[in-house]
Design a protein around this ligand. Structure first.
Ligand SMILES: Cc1cc2nc3c(=O)[nH]c(=O)nc-3n(C[C@H](O)[C@H](O)[C@H](O)COP(=O)(O)O)c2cc1C
Length: 366
């Protein structure tokens, strides 16, 4: 039998109860416009990480929803290889959410139409990216300094998305700096402009990724609006997800860094929130097959020359917790071909089962 099976069928439940599981609203799907998301555990957009191969695997291992890496709203950059790869959604399950970054309402409207015409189902607007090259152009989290412009961008996307019956969502930080935690105000403006959901990362732009995420501002956002709110920042385990949902009253959690090289975390959190059970981490012999499928898709998207280089970081994350992971990683990073990388991984982890189908979504397995 294939080793590619749903997480819920391959690992035993320990039966440890989740305090919110009984009668919990988190056991129900989340409605986002016309889409019923199968669960409330989302994969965060991460440029250079959450590409199509990663998102496909994340969905198959239990993420209820994924958002693409950010794509520019600028039409003149659309033909670049990087942007066209980011716009590739082959084989992805609906709803396909594309995140747009930009500063000009007309450009955002045009980019909204462009992406919806090419397969996107949902448009997410990025107001969270702290990167200088984005912020210096007054995009990403810099937009939180100009609430009026932020609202106009959401409104432009909502108007452009209306003929497609496509929801528009907004991902932002708690604020620009400690003295300006204005996410609740932007949340109200975004809701009034027609946003269908908000995601809030509990850090300010000033914090970058330093310090710890705080959840009080996310709770205030949730109290300020009637649309769904997803809490994001430093969620790395089922218990933490449940605690953040309790602390914020949010409708969903969004996970970024903790699931790098650990895409089964989505299914573990979903199982805890939905069924009140803690799934143990899969053994290397189990995630090995997921990694091979991930790499197959990765090489197919990027081609061998680029794919071999970009596969290194993913593999490094997968093997990080193995006893000989660091030594293996150093060797792996010297390998120049896909065949060489796969052979090294077979040496470390054993053979994968050949031509296995992808895993079913967790929801289908329940
Ligand atoms: C490498 C990397 C790339 C990211 N790229 C994006 C992006 O394209 N769009 C976005 O909205 N957020 C981006 N983020 C922020 C994440 O979506 C998320 O908000 C942040 O990592 C906090 O969540 P976490 O603690 O679960 O990682 C990125 C984060 C990282 C680490």
């Amino acid at each position: 039998m294939s080793a590619f099976r749903p997480l819920a069928r391959t690992v035993a439940f320990t039966g440890e109860a989740c305090p919110r599981a009984n009668g919990s609203p988190f056991a129900t799907p989340l409605q986002l416009g016309r889409f019923a998301l199968p669960n409330r555990v989302f994969a965060a957009p991460m440029a250079g990480v959450t590409d199509r191969p990663y998102r496909r695997l994340a969905r198959q291992l239990g993420a209820g929803y994924c958002v693409s890496e950010m794509v520019t709203s600028r039409a003149d950059l659309r033909d670049s290889l990087k942007t066209s790869r980011r716009a590739n959604h082959d084989g992805e399950a609906a709803p396909i959410a594309v995140q747009i970054v930009g500063t000009d309402p007309e450009q955002i409207a045009e980019a909204t139409r462009y992406n919806l015409e090419r397969g996107a189902d949902i448009i997410d607007i990025n107001m969270g990216c702290p990167a200088k090259k984005v912020c210096n152009r007054w995009a990403g989290s810099a937009l939180m300094q100009d609430e009026d412009l932020a609202a106009r961008l959401v409104e432009a996307a909502v108007q452009a998305a209306r003929p497609f019956d496509a929801p528009v969502t907004l991902k932002m930080r708690a604020g620009w700096c400690a003295q300006a935690r204005n996410a609740p105000r932007i949340a109200r403006l975004a809701e009034a402009a027609g946003a269908a959901m908000l995601v809030v990362h509990g850090r300010t732009r000033e914090q970058g990724y330093g310090g710890e995420a705080e959840y009080a501002t996310i709770a205030e956002v949730k109290r300020s609006v009637g649309i769904p709110v997803a809490a994001n920042g430093d969620i790395d385990a089922p218990h933490k997800a449940a605690a953040v949902l309790r602390a914020t009253g949010a409708d969903a959690v969004m996970i970024g860094r903790a699931a790098m090289g650990r895409p089964w975390l989505f299914g573990q959190i979903a199982a805890y929130l939905e069924h009140g059970t803690l799934l143990p981490d899969p053994a290397p012999a189990q995630w090995r097959d997921w990694l091979f499928a991930h790499l197959d898709d990765h090489y197919a998207l990027y081609g061998e020359a680029v794919g071999v280089r970009t596969a290194r970081k993913h593999v490094g994350w997968y093997v990080a917790n193995l006893a000989d992971g660091q030594t293996f990683r150093q060797h792996f990073n010297t390998l120049q071909t896909a065949a060489g990388q796969l052979a090294a991984l077979r040496g470390l982890l054993g053979e994968a089962e050949p031509s296995v189908p992808f895993i079913l979504p967790l929801a289908a397995a329940a």
